[in-house]
Design a binder for this molecule. Structure first.
Ligand code: PHE
Length: 342
């Protein structure tokens, strides 16, 4: 009897099994309990001897059950510790973090540089009315400059005869909005997205410009030149910059100039500030009196300059990136290669 129970207890693998054994031996109808009850019919001498043996056996089984239960609990804890083991000395797994896009970064750099020269940031909508994008900038409906803008037009409801809205083709409409809102004197830049139907290595249908506008009582081309030189020195991190003003034409400035920066291509590597190449970076000029008037600023009292430059172009130049289209393909391998993603 003893061998049977001790063996069963040692072989039990869980608490439920142990409980079954306990009931079978020591439960009310258990084998040991029944034997205890049978003692009553025995002779006193035999009863005493058998009773003592049964009590010893009962205690043994009880002790074995307890011991086995404790052993099973220990084993369960061991197993859990082994399974949930954690090596706190392992180096952390590298985690990729998002980083700012090169165009956004350049936009912020440009804004910060002009902020130091007293320019506030102005904004306007990307879906712009025909009037703000063209008419107010001295580009009337029949003006040939309209063709050069490769404009995206918004759909109009059938029967609506008003000129359709456009995706703004430049940031210049923000000049009008800023002057109409804030009046003169004024010093603002307007960075943002612009759209033209154009696509090749140096053009994408969506790109970024930053507009500059400074209106005062005696602001001149000389001020324009200094502001642009100061900007280029800071942006390109060079002490010597040379800018070349080329006579040009924009309907909204008179006179107008396109501005080139002196540079060199040294084994495919662009160097700003030295060499015998010139790179066009922006369009500029003195704001046309008609533009001032359209924005509610009196041209008899106020004058100033405006410029517009391509932000993506600036980013290409600063970071030596050859293909503009790659900026907008969100290819992480490309972004990582140029150090713009981890
Ligand atoms: N809006 C012009 C363009 O997109 C740039 C420009 C801005 C020129 C302001 C002169 C003055 O090409």
């Amino acid at each position: 009897l003893r061998g049977k129970y001790i063996y069963a207890i040692q072989s039990a693998t869980d608490e439920a099994g142990l409980e079954e054994i306990r009931l079978a031996a020591l439960g009310k109808k258990g084998e040991i309990s029944l034997k205890m009850r049978e003692l009553g019919q025995m002779e006193p001498a035999a009863r005493q001897a058998a009773g003592a043996r049964l009590n010893v056996l009962k205690d043994e089984i009880d002790a074995a059950l307890r011991a086995r239960k404790a052993a099973l609990a220990d084993a369960a804890l061991e197993a859990r510790l082994a399974a949930e083991w954690l090596d706190v000395t392992l180096p952390a797994r590298p985690r990729r973090v998002g980083t700012i896009h090169p165009v956004s970064q350049v936009m912020e750099e440009v804004s910060a540089i002009f902020a130091d020269m007293g320019f506030a940031v102005a904004e306007g909508p990307q879906v712009e009315s025909d009037w703000f994008n063209f008419d107010a900038l001295n580009i009337p409906p029949e003006h040939p400059a309209r063709q050069e803008h490769d404009t995206f037009f918004m759909a109009r409801a059938e029967g609506d005869a008003r000129p359709p809205h456009v995706l703004r083709t430049h940031t210049s409409p923000v000049q009008i909005r800023a002057m109409a809102d804030l009046g003169a004197p004024i010093r603002v830049i307007a960075p943002g997205r612009v759209y033209r139907m154009d696509m090749d290595q140096t053009h994408t249908p969506m790109f970024h410009q930053v507009e500059g506008l400074a209106i005062g009582r005696d602001i001149s081309m000389a001020n324009l030149k200094w502001v642009l030189e100061e900007f280029c020195r800071t942006f390109f991190e060079v002490t010597d910059v040379e800018l070349r003003f080329r006579a040009s034409h924009f309907p909204f400035t008179e006179p107008s100039a396109e501005v080139d920066i002196r540079c060199s291509w040294d084994g495919g590597q662009l160097k700003i500030g030295q060499g015998d190449s010139w790179m066009e970076i922006l369009g500029s000029g003195m704001v046309h009196p008609k533009v001032l008037a359209a924005a509610g600023v009196d041209p008899a009292e106020w004058q100033g300059f405006a410029f517009g430059m391509g932000i993506d172009r600036l980013a290409m130049l600063k970071y030596g990136i050859p293909d503009l289209r790659a900026f907008f393909e969100s290819d992480l391998r490309w972004l990582r290669h140029y150090g713009f993603a981890s």
